[in-house]
Design a binder for this molecule. Structure first.
Ligand code: UAG
Ligand code: ATP
Length: 525
């Protein structure tokens, strides 16, 4: 089987590699010949180490990767990249054995650089698109990929749901892979004839420099609302993480959605510092005063999900998307402007997309049944929930039934706000479990339910998600819409460290079959 995560490059001399990543080489008790050691790939996970590897020992949240260096070396790694603390751990653990150690201040930042050098800078041969923001990354990335495919390119996709490159697709573990894996994916894609890569860059990844040293052809910003404060601490730090994509080292060109405050701030801050084209995109709002040289794009929504994009420099594109919701017009507009900012003309896009921008995005407003309408969506923060419910309200004949929970060990502050949102915009609410991780799920549900107080909307608590889906579908009328929110494409629920198979789409289909049997039975009786 091809190992996508472990592509190998040419052997690279350690001395040259150290110079390129700004490391000093410590050979311990080894002689000068130790500097001639060579490496052909990089891994930051000792469990994946192989002969010829450079093991990147980075400090983690719980443990320093250097604690695993000995097992990486036993598996064949012949050099280690780490910081001074890691070097000390390694020298202690290694006893008399001598292994060359490349020492840098920030080994996390050096991992991607080292892997890119060894693999021959794969990103340099690809056009690369990065999407960041709180909501809409996955959907927009699929849309960019589908536009590029329609234009005859061979794009790859790296994101929350899957990694799809040069003819293969594997489920993703992280939204943005670790740097050694990312460089390997890029090398694999280039070897397979790929021309472009579209990826989601999470705020965690940006803080950790996972995509470095890729300098994206176009970086796109969707929006910023509260999420991930467990990791970032404050909204300001969360914003700064996102904004760091829009710097000359990380992006040549940029498209910034300016419907929100953070987008307008980002536009003002990044316009003077980026070398290429910077575009501002307004969908729900007017364009702000544009900094010098910035191209403004306005999306004008037409009937259904058709829209027209017009730029301040005279470009115009009329297109559409079949994905429901105003926010998907915003995502499609961003995707189209990103591709045009890379150099494609509106005419090329119009010819390539006769039916509009219609990728199928797993677990994103995915319609499973028509009557009652059952929709699975990944909305797991307040903003996304509100948008999903607003998108479904106009086409809902009966009640809008919403089922949600909130994940454990993540931003706890958002739970009551999520509860208030579903009680305000829904007609009937089921509160159930999401991924509790190591938290007590009853405490999480209570925090969400707390937010629903003060509204007249009926709220039913059913801990077991599969039973809650069953109840929502069994009790709905044909005219109702049932929004199963929060887990989207996910197939594993983590409860106290135990992974349990749970896919909302599978549960909903099972509940729909059961409902059909009951209805058949009633008709025959
Ligand atoms: C906060 C964060 O980014 N954590 C990631 C990070 O963990 P860490 O730095 O604490 O690593 P650690 O577990 O302490 O281990 C330290 C080092 O030892 C190595 N190690 C560890 C064990 C071993 O046996 N051998 C070994 O070599 C590890 O590979 C690592 O390099 O490195 C680990 C190894 O690659 C990741 O699994 C882990 O992601 C965890 C699972 C995670 O949940 N990350 C989330 C928060 C995340 O990154 N999410 C964003 C998207 C968020 C969103 O938009 O929804 C993402 O991009 O996916
Ligand atoms: N532009 C948008 N604005 C607000 N909400 C959106 C937008 N696009 C999608 N959503 C909502 O957010 C949910 C997640 O969408 P998507 O997966 O595209 O975003 P994401 O940024 O990749 O999310 P995550 O970071 O959690 O993986 C969707 O299911 C939908 O409810």
């Amino acid at each position: 089987m091809t190992d996508y995560t472990r592509q190998t490059g040419l052997f690279t001399q350690l001395d040259a590699l150290a110079a390129a990543v700004g490391a000093t080489v410590d050979v311990g008790d080894g002689g000068p010949e130790a500097r001639n050691a060579a490496v052909e790939s990089v891994t930051s996970d000792s469990r994946q180490a192989r002969p010829g590897d450079l093991f990147a020992a980075t400090p983690g949240e719980k443990v320093h990767g250097a604690a695993f260096a000995v097992s990486a070396i036993e598996a064949g790694a012949n050099a280690v990249l780490t910081d001074a603390q890691g070097r000390d751990i390694l020298r202690r653990d290694l006893g008399g054995r001598s292994v060359p150690v490349l020492v840098v201040d920030d080994p996390r930042a050096a991992v991607g650089k080292a892997a890119a050098l060894i693999l021959g800078e794969p990103a340099a041969d690809l056009d690369s698109y990065a999407v960041t923001g709180t909501n809409g990354k996955t959907t927009t990335a699929y849309m960019v990929e589908s536009i590029l495919g329609a234009l005859g390119r061979k794009p790859g996709l790296i994101g929350t749901v899957e990694i799809r490159l040069a003819g293969m697709s594997v489920p993703a573990h992280l939204t943005t892979p670790m740097p050694d894996e990312l460089q390997s994916y890029l090398a694999f894609h280039r070897r397979g004839g790929g021309t472009d890569v579209v990826m989601e860059t999470s705020s965690h990844a940006l803080v950790q420099g996972r995509s470095d040293p890729v300098r994206f052809t176009v970086a796109g910003f969707t929006n910023l609302t509260q999420d991930h404060l467990d990791f970032h601490g404050t909204m300001e730090r969360y914003y700064q993480a996102k904004a760091s994509l829009f710097t000359p080292e990380r992006a040549r060109n940029a498209v910034v959605s300016v419907d929100g405050e953070y987008g307008r701030r980002l536009l003002a801050e990044c316009a003077p510092r980026l070398e290429g084209e910077v575009a501002a995109l307004a969908v729900d709002s007017g364009l702000p005063d544009l900094p010098d040289g910035v191209v403004g794009w306005k999306a004008l929504a037409l009937e259904g999900s058709s829209f027209v994009l017009e730029s301040t420099d005279g470009r115009r594109l009329a297109t559409s998307t079949s994905l429901p919701g105003d926010f998907n017009v915003a995502n499609a507009a961003l995707a189209a402007v990103m591709v045009m900012t890379a150099g494609y003309s509106p005419d090329e896009l119009a010819r390539a997309l006769p039916a509009g921008i219609n990728p199928s995005v797993p677990g994103r407003m995915e319609v499973l049944n028509a009557r009652p309408r059952v929709i699975v969506d990944f909305a797991h923060n307040t903003e996304a929930l509100v948008n999903a419910m607003k998108a479904l309200r106009p086409s809902t004949e009966g009640r809008l039934v919403v089922l949600t929970g909130s994940a454990g060990d993540r931003d706890k502050g958002k739970r009551p706000a999520m509860g208030a949102a579903v009680a305000r915009y829904g007609d009937f609410v089921y509160i159930t479990d999401d991924d509790p991780h190591d938290e007590d799920p009853a405490v999480i549900r209570a925090a969400v339910i707390e937010g629903t107080r003060g509204f007249d909307t009926p709220v039913v608590e059913i801990a077991d998600r599969s039973q809650a889906i069953d109840a929502a579908i069994a009790e709905a009328s044909e005219r109702d819409t049932i929004l199963l929110a929060g887990r989207g494409h996910e197939t594993i629920q983590e409860v106290a460290g135990v992974p349990i198979e749970l896919d909302d789409r599978v549960e909903a289909r099972r509940a729909l079959r059961k409902r059909a049997r009951v209805h058949d039975g009633e008709e025959k009786a």
